[in-house]
Design a protein around this ligand. Structure first.
Ligand code: PGA
Length: 219
């Protein structure tokens, strides 16, 4: 991973209409930037092309991510998007998010295949773990610690515990670790510790442009 740290990632999940997303991205990347890290925007798949055009025209160190990818190569897989199809516009992909594990039954073997596809296409997986016991596939270098109890609940983990888990994850390999789960502008600074927690993955609070810009500022 060559992009500068810290990483601030917006995960929009299945939120916003196309026009709402366009005005959000104009507001975010249209704002002046003094951010030294890397902003990664993960819109719904259908908005990727427009997001790519929007980030091309601005001064931010901004990259695109996808929220999911097929375990298959290009071909006859109706409804799927292969890593090799989007490698020209996408740099990152979220993998192993607890919502995908829960609602789409994604298991360790499927996640391993997806990571393999991404690495083959030159897209960096951001691998979500729910705790320090979660299996991390070969080839992963960015790990997002996302405890299930903190996702979308407004009840973030304590910075102390998040650091403790980050240390345990790092003892298993040379990973960049980030934190996700109810991050907002008021608590983001308490999670960042260079070399230990090098970024945040933001869901709900990233949906409001003003709030998201405040998060970036407070990082
Ligand atoms: P949240 O979601 O910020 O709404 O808790 C985080 C995530 O699911 O990545």
């Amino acid at each position: 991973m060559s992009d500068s740290l810290p990483l601030v990632i917006a995960n929009h999940k299945a939120n916003k209409t196309y026009s709402d997303f366009l005005s959000w991205i104009e507001n975010v990347v249209g704002a002046p930037s003094a951010f030294g890290g890397t902003l990664i925007i993960c819109p719904p798949m259908a908005f990727l092309g427009s997001a790519f055009e929007a980030i091309k025209k601005n001064a931010w160190k901004c990259k695109l991510g996808v929220q999911n990818i097929s375990q298959f190569e290009q071909g006859a897989y109706t409804g799927e998007i292969a890593a090799s199809q989007i490698k020209d516009i996408c740099s990152y992909c979220l993998i192993g998010h607890s919502e995908r594990r829960k609602y789409f039954n994604e298991d360790d073997e499927l996640l391993r295949l997806k990571v393999e596809m991404l690495k083959g296409a030159g897209i960096e997986p951001i691998f979500c773990v729910q705790d320090q016991e979660t299996l991390i596939p070969e080839g992963v270098s960015i790990v997002a610690y996302e405890p299930v109890f903190a996702i979308g609940t407004g009840k973030a983990d304590s910075p102390h515990n998040a650091r403790d888990v980050a240390k345990k994850i790092k003892s298993g390999g040379s990973f960049t670790v980030i934190y996700g789960g109810s991050v907002g502008s008021e608590n983001v600074a308490s999670f960042i510790e260079p070399g230990l927690i090098d970024g945040v993955l933001v869901g709900s609070a990233s949906l409001r442009a003003e709030e998201f810009l405040s998060i970036i500022k407070n990082v």
